[in-house]
Design a protein. Structure first.
Length: 211
């Protein structure tokens, strides 16, 4: 698939942007079953998936809130410069009553909390992958009661098909290109590729350069 030439090396963001393009597509398809018109979204996690999910939310004219645990580095500024609100508190404080939650961390406690704070007739999209190996005590019957009576939808999404790649390419082309540049926080030469896998405190999206 051909992307807009002005993207240059920013085209590397097509994946993971296609993942969140699919997430938003599914959110809108599910919401279209009723007259539901979302106004607000909470994105948990300010990695590349979360920041791109926030970008697409802003492009849809929604009030966007982003929750992450860091208070320094590039993430708070990237969120603010989108016109979104950055939070480093808890899910309740950051997102109580939002219409949509896009969960990008895979952290069990955040997933459980997201299901409880979303507004009635709200959607929780799980875009993060849990590492496994940890247990969390959950009141399943209470959660079931809340979700059924408030018509909450929880679903997971991963990967994408061609139309999601196309939607992602269009969203990236419409975005502020300087903002996209700031997502690429490190460039590593191919012969040192392993360095890109070691997370540094200021990382958002390291990339490997083939030339």
């Amino acid at each position: 698939m051909v992307v807009d030439g002005k993207l240059g090396e920013r085209g590397v963001l097509l994946e993971p942007a296609s993942v969140v393009a699919k997430a938003w597509d599914q959110i809108e398809r599910i919401g279209a079953r009723t007259s539901w018109k979302p106004r607000s979204v909470l994105v948990t996690g300010a990695g590349p998936i979360g920041l791109l999910a926030a970008l697409l939310g802003v492009q849809r004219g929604l009030e966007v809130r982003v929750l992450d645990r860091v208070t320094e580095g590039p993430k708070p500024g990237l969120v603010r410069d989108l016109g979104a609100t950055y939070h480093a508190s808890g899910v309740q404080e950051a997102g109580a009553g939002v219409d949509v939650v896009i969960e990008c961390t895979g952290v069990g406690k955040l997933i459980y909390d997201a299901m409880q704070i979303v507004a009635p007739v709200g959607l929780v999209c799980l875009a993060g992958v849990s590492s496994g190996g940890r247990t969390l005590p959950v009141d399943i019957q209470g959660l079931n009661r809340e979700m059924v009576l408030e018509n909450t939808v929880v679903f997971g999404t991963v990967n994408a098909n061609r139309r999601h790649y196309q939607a992602a390419a269009e969203s990236l082309a419409r975005a502020d290109q300087g903002w996209l540049d700031r997502l690429i926080t490190r460039r590593v030469q191919l012969d040192r590729w392993a360095e890109a896998l070691v997370r540094e405190p200021s990382d958002v999206k390291p990339i490997v350069m083939f030339a």
